[in-house]
Design a protein around this ligand. Sequence first.
Ligand code: ATP
Length: 966
Amino acid sequence: MLSDGLSLSEESSSSSSSSVYVDFNPRITTILNQNRVLKQKKETDKSSNPKLPELNLKPLKTNDQFVALFKKNLRLQKRATKSNFCQAFVAVIVVLLIFLMQLLVNKYLNQDRNDNPTPKSFEYDSIISQYIPFYGKSNTLSFYLDFQTRFLNIEVAYRWPVTKKRTIKPYLYPIVSEKAMNELLYNSYNSTPFYSNGAYEIIKHNLTASPQTNELSFVAFYNSSSYNMMPGLTRRTSERGQTMFLPTMINLIHRSSFNKLWMDSGKSHNLQNNYGYNLTGPDIRIGLKNFPTLQGVNQVDIVAIVQPFYFTFLLHFLLPVFLIIIVYEKEHKLIDIMVMFGLKMKIYWIVNFIFNYCLYFFLIILFYIAGYALQFRYFTQNLFMTHFLLFFCWGFAMVSFSFFLASFFKRVRTASVVGYFLVIIIGISTSILWEEVLINKSGLDIFWAQLIPSIALYNGNKILSDHGGIGEPGLELSDIYGDGMRSLYVVYLMLLLDSVIYLILASYIRTIFSDLSSHRNPFFFLNCFKKRRNSKKNNKRSRYHFNSRKKKINKLTNRFGNDFENIDLETKNLNASNSSDDNDENEKSEESNDNDNDNEENNKNEKDKNSKNNDWILGNDPRGFNIPQDVQQERVRVINSDDPIKICNLSKIYKGQDGNLDVTAVDCLTLGIKLNECFGILGPNGAGKTTTVNILSGLIKQTSGRAQIWGLDIPDQMSGIHSIMSVCPQHDILWDDQSGEETLEFYARMHGYKDEDLKNRVDQILKQVGLYSDRTKLIKEYSGGMKRRISVACALITNPKVIFLDEPTTGLDPASKRQVWNVIRKARKDRSIILTTHSMEEADSLCDRIGIMANGMLRTIGESQELKLRSGKGFKFMVHCYEKHQNKVEQFVNRLFPNATILNSLAGTTNYEIPKDDVVLSDIFQIMEEEKDKVGILDWGISQTTLEEVFLEITKDSQVYQGTYF
Ligand SMILES: Nc1ncnc2c1ncn2[C@@H]1O[C@H](COP(=O)(O)OP(=O)(O)OP(=O)(O)O)[C@@H](O)[C@H]1O
């Protein structure tokens, strides 16, 4: 077989790197034909300048992107079962902990009080004691009460204020012990509003007819909850002329009980209608006590005490989860790759916002279920809307805050550690801050403090817990307005304000520090200053760039370019014009902002085309360096071409860090990639291949120069470009927890594939890359080669106009490699492919044209066959004969190729190197055909220089300078 270029099929071309020999008879005509075809092709290429069809730029539909992203997020969240379970588990533990604490407190602390649930009484009140006389009309009372017991229960039925008619049916009976009375009162605490128990505890009694010796002292127990249901106070005037207001309920109890006391005393029954007697005397006292209750003021309500802290802590629980979701995609460059596939960042953030909010809402539902199930007064006492609104607003604030925090992290591990640490710290610190520092602060201090959403949340929780606690009535909607900055409606507003502020901050930080250079716009509000400063700096840099390196580069070019004709360039003029052009470029790229509006983009495109047209006029190297002829020809060709990908004087300088020199990764690269073409970029490590691809795909910004894809400028119109391009990056960028099929579905869905179309498309590509049987495996279960193949599949599935493949077959076994080659080969139709590779075999097999780069510069460009012919030193010629014929054969070869040199000779086989000018293939085949038998040649072969040899020859000098700025 012949090496490719002379090969007949694409399959044979793949073996180009080895020396191969010709069984020339049948091949002569084919080779001659092929040479003719090559020549004709070259001529057609030179003469024709195919017009680029109109680009029908259809922006990706927002709806498709939304659905694709949401489904992807949902799937990934479902897969994260373990961590979700852990999250939920910890949340449940926290809730149960509060509940358990309350149970323990109830059992060991509150229990004592339940055994003796007598609540703290009111102090005996002198005013109250004077109240007693209003029950009687007579000033003289002479009866003796012989009470059998200290405790008396009274049942009172009343109807108030429904009928405005008091129906009093007192029933009084003795109770034997204090415990029995307490139990009775406790059980009737929440009795019906129309029926209530009351009780008397007689402390002392000695009622006589003489006011001077009257002694009566008792405590009336009343049900304050019933009292609350009986609005109004009974107005009485004391003996001393004071007006007093007494709870109606107490009044009723007093009245009925006093009547009973009177009757029981066995005195006049007529007095019953007089509602008691006016008791006077030095020692007549009455006290009031509320009914005993479990939640008496002396009881410890642990939930109410720890609730603000625990609820604040619990409601922060999803913060680290949100952080992890975003930072994971950031760390693994998944956001960048999605953008390169056409995703709009606006949609990314909206979907993440909604998705995270939904996750949070799910947690809130669980929270409510637990809260009501465990009967937390926070939920049962306060009106539903009061806490629901707090949770509703907090959700927005937390998601925005997580976006803001995520801007500061690049690693998931750091984000999750800091996130969980924050949850704990925030819970504690907000409670300390609120209770200790802000307790006496003014309204404005509270406002500033609540700009931290956690503090606003704590405030809200505190208000709701306080109202839900013992002794406080629950919060009504009308109650949310009181207390200025500390009121609940301010909390709602502050949380909403915080959401907006943190969203703006997050988006601003992302604009400055975005990994994707086309989305980066440092300090945009300072652009005017930056522009001026940059202009000066660029002027300086340009001078340095072109002058200091000129000597070195000329020296180098002369060395490696011996075989090429050097072109005399009008250095001075070009330097001047191009340095100013470069400055313009820089200024423009600094000014550029992301523009998602495609119409605007098209208008801008038109304007830019007109204003920048001059950039394309110069075909010469702006530095004035001597450059190889083929590279120069490409520069000229690009100007007149209508290539889908046009690159002109593209340069990228990485700033040296930690005292290192700046690195020129790409240096004035100019080339064009045609439609239906697969263009291979070869080069040693560090040649600038990946940097070129990264600039073209919008990952990094060029330092100077210009590039266009289908007429759209890089990086100004990157969002338009992203909708028609795809990329297979050097390192696989995939979601570990998605299957291969799901990954492809995601990209296809984003590009508008639906239902059957989607399935068919995914299956088709999976079959092409040989992963159909492994389609349901998760990416983390894929081997390196399988990941590589799925990355290539991703680049192909969206049906793009331009594909960048950065070393697509690295790590693939020979069979898989060939499978991927076949896919790429078929894929070039109607599109342009840029492929970087270290495999000469791959470049030879796949690429229509090849450019070899070294030290950021294009060293040679052309079809594989052309490169071999142009830069190879010559041919390798092998003859095999019997040893006895060796001398004769040698003489024959020397006559045929006078300049041939023997490379080696062994056992009748001799290898020669023949200068390329000595070889006219057609003549050789003819002569050998006629003469070989006569001179005793058994076998012979001629092989051309391999691409590898061309590569080594072209790049040999660059190795010396590799990584340096020259
Ligand atoms: N982020 C960076 N910061 C600084 N220098 C960089 C950066 N990325 C690349 N470089 C430098 O730019 C030069 C070109 O790198 P690039 O990755 O483009 O080379 P390459 O041809 O793709 O190499 P390889 O074949 O090894 O992938 C190298 O000298 C490299 O050290």
